[in-house]
Unconditional design. Structure first.
Length: 160
C-alpha cells in the first residue's frame, strides 16, 4: 500500500525518520510507502520565523537547505536589522540576533543597520512611524525619536 501527500504551491514538506530530516518535497502530490512511512512536517513559506530547534538542526546538518529556503538574520553586536516583507517593515531585530525565516520568494528582505551611527536610516524610520492596519512594527520600542532644537533627530537607542 502507498500513502499519498499533497503539498501546496506555498509549502514545503520535510521528511524525517527518527528525528533526522533527509528530504524536501516541493508542490505537488507525492507517494510515500505505507510501511515505514516517514514523518512529514509541512512548512508554509510565508516569511515566518523557523522554530529555534529546527533552525539549529538545519544550520548544523542541512546548510544547503538553509541557503535555498531561508533568510538568515545573523546580526553582530553592533548591527540591528529591519525585516521587510513585500516592501513593508515587519520587525526591528536587536543586535546579536540569530534567526532563520522561511523565504517568500524574493519578497522577504533584511536591511542591516550599524547601531554605532547616531541616525537611523530615513526609510526605516519612516516605515516605523507609518500607521499600520495590523498594529505597530514588532521591536518598534527599540528606536527612540527625539526633538532637538527644532530638528528631529532619530537614533537607535542601545536598549537591546
Amino acid at each position: 500500500m502507498i500513502k499519498k501527500i499533497s503539498v501546496r504551491k506555498d509549502q514545503l514538506a520535510l521528511l524525517s525518520r527518527n528525528g533526522d530530516y533527509y528530504k524536501v518535497l516541493h508542490a505537488g502530490e507525492h507517494l510515500l510507502p505505507w510501511l515505514n512511512t516517514p514523518e512529514v512536517l509541512l512548512i508554509t513559506l510565508d516569511g515566518s520565523e523557523v522554530p529555534d530547534v529546527l533552525a539549529d538542526y538545519l544550520r548544523r546538518f542541512q546548510p544547503d537547505w538553509v541557503e535555498k529556503y531561508c533568510l538568515v538574520a545573523d546580526l553582530s553586536e553592533i548591527e540591528a536589522g529591519a525585516l521587510y516583507m513585500d516592501g513593508i517593515l515587519q520587525e526591528i531585530l536587536p543586535p546579536s540576533t540569530r534567526r532563520l525565516y522561511w523565504r517568500v520568494e524574493d519578497d522577504l528582505t533584511l536591511v542591516r543597520m550599524n547601531t554605532q551611527q547616531v541616525q537611523v536610516q530615513t526609510e526605516v524610520m519612516n516605515a516605523v512611524l507609518q500607521p499600520r492596519r495590523k498594529g505597530a512594527v514588532k521591536g518598534r520600542d527599540a528606536i527612540l525619536t527625539v526633538q532637538v532644537s527644532g530638528l528631529a533627530c532619530r537614533r537607535a537607542e542601545n536598549r537591546w
